[in-house]
Design a protein around this ligand. Structure first.
Ligand code: FAD
Ligand code: HEM
Length: 442
């Protein structure tokens, strides 16, 4: 069986269906692994590590109507069994990975407490959606491109696959048999091949990461800073997207931040960063970073971008620093020169938290198609009072609008529910999407 360690010419899997091959049968050459010294207890994700949550049923869109394939059924059976002990399976997976392939440890952050299970959960989620090729390819291609910045090479993929199978076999004993293993091997082979191919394709035109020098650092509140950087090479992105970045103070710890501007002629990029309590990267960016410091940027990602072929209006909900990509979208519409209504609801707890309201109101003065409404949930305000989604419901009608939501997970969830509840089709609601397969993993 061929390990998917090289890009395939046709972008399809090179693994042989159904045969055992490049995975070592779990336990065949060693006893149960011991946790490496200092291994942190595992934690589940789905919390604040990812700001934007999953939309309802994101990965089912485009799923075939014919029903699950035999492989999908086998995979689901394993997943159902493993779910109650998923945290243990994650620990076991990493223990296997670092014991069998100690060289790979250096690719991961020193402390793997926050996002530890994202890799493993993404694998499970991708396998769950093995029949849904379109969704999988979009998600995994982006993931594969993003993995270049970690130093991931195609030769690393079999090691991860072998340890995935090891963990599954250990924690899904009742449903594990040769058929289940063959189904997982096929699924992982397909998954990793998509990532490998996308990374190889990307390497032809883009660096794995960019160095970017901080050229300005502006404190807007005690906890929020606008950080502007100059990438060392041209950095092409679209308004509404985000990137991952690494600071010099926390090597190999990458976090996502939205671009707060549309692409600029001078090539500079800005981010609005809120320091969260005990936050590694956000606190460093807000309280420590200064002009002259150099950070690393991953590739741009995310699909919360404007369809310039449509005349629909834009209904934008931005909560907290979620106003950053919304401001970028407004700039993007302005640059395209076609008037279309843009209604922004800018939510915060208190008036003082509306750190970018002056900019937004300035934009409103310049563009007659733009309406900005501040919404305050706690405390007095001269604007609107209440929770963002509830306030939006009172306005409208929104039937000729596309919606763009950015902010805390709770706001996104209730925003999506509200909009769907008032009849907006789910495919006209956008927010950062591709993390979502992971965030929705259960
Ligand atoms: C697509 C996307 C775009 C994002 N864009 C932005 C952006 O433009 N600006 C921005 O400031 N952030 C943004 N985030 C959030 C950002 O990626 C980090 O999660 C955040 O900055 C915290 O990282 P950290 O390393 O400081 O904290 P971590 O070290 O990850 O967490 C430290 C502690 O803080 C808690 N925590 C994490 N986030 C929060 C929070 N929001 N509120 C309260 N507690 C929290 C954690 O549970 C943990 O206990 C975005 C996230 C995603 C997924
Ligand atoms: C099909 C295989 C894989 C899948 C589905 C997968 C998925 C993921 C996901 C979802 C993340 C979270 C951060 C992000 O979105 O970038 C992640 C992080 C990471 N992955 Fe992978 N991955 C795979 C293979 C690999 C391989 C082969 C390596 C190399 C050893 C690797 C190394 C890493 C590293 C170093 C991180 C960062 C960890 C961290 O920040 O804590 N991954 N992976």
């Amino acid at each position: 069986m061929n390990a998917p360690t090289t890009p395939s010419a046709d972008g399809r899997t090179t693994g042989d269906a159904g045969e055992r091959g490049w995975f070592t049968r779990p336990g065949a050459h060693e006893g149960p692994p011991r946790l490496p010294e200092g291994a942190a207890p595992s934690r589940r994700t789905g919390g604040p590590a990812g700001r934007r949550p999953a939309p309802p049923g994101p990965a089912s869109a485009g799923a075939p109507a014919a029903g699950p394939s035999p492989d999908a059924l086998l995979i689901r059976r394993t997943l159902a069994e493993i779910e109650p002990s998923a945290d243990k399976a994650v620990s076991y997976f990493y223990a296997l990975l670092f014991l069998r392939h100690p060289g790979l440890r250096a690719l991961f952050p020193a402390a793997m407490d926050t996002q530890r299970d994202r890799l493993f959960r993404a694998l499970l989620t991708a396998a769950r959606h093995v029949d849904d090729t379109a969704t999988l390819t979009e998600y995994l291609s982006q993931l594969g491109r993003g993995h270049r910045k970690y130093g991931t090479e195609s030769a690393h993929y079999p090691a991860v696959g072998e340890c995935l199978i090891g963990a599954l076999a250990h924690y899904a004993r009742d449903s594990w048999n040769a058929d289940a293993e063959a189904a997982w091997v096929r699924a992982y082979t397909a998954i990793s091949q998509i990532m490998i191919d996308a990374a190889a394709e990307d390497a032809r035109t883009s660096p794995a990461w960019w160095q970017a020098e901080i050229v300005s650092h502006e404190s807007r509140t005690p906890d929020i800073a606008v950080v502007t950087v100059r990438p060392d090479r041209p950095y092409s992105f679209r308004a509404g997207q985000y990137t991952s970045l690494e600071t010099p103070w926390w090597p190999r710890v990458w976090r996502n931040y939205s671009f707060s501007c549309a692409p600029r002629p001078d090539g500079l990029l800005s981010f609005h960063v809120k320091a969260v309590p005990a936050g590694w990267v956000s606190r460093a960016l807000v309280h420590r970073a200064r002009p002259g410091d150099v950070i690393r940027l991953g590739p741009p990602t995310g699909s919360m971008t404007v369809d310039h072929g449509s005349d629909n209006g834009l209904l934008c909900l931005g909560g907290g620093t979620g106003i950053a990509p919304i401001k970028a979208l407004v700039e993007d519409v302005a640059r395209h020169g076609r008037s279309r209504p843009v209604d922004v609801f800018y939510g915060a707890r208190h008036n003082d938290d509306l750190y970018d309201i002056d900019t937004m109101l300035r934009l409103q003065k310049t563009h007659r198609w733009l309406m900005v409404r501040p919404v305050i949930s706690d405390g007095p305000t001269l604007g609107l009072s209440g929770q963002l989604p509830q306030v939006v419901r009172k306005y409208g009608p929104w039937n000729s609008y596309d919606a763009y939501l950015s902010g805390p997970p709770g706001m996104i969830r209730s925003g999506v529910d509200t909009l769907v509840g008032i009849g907006m089709p789910a495919d006209r609601i956008r927010h950062d999407s591709l993390d979502e397969l992971t965030a929705s993993a259960t």
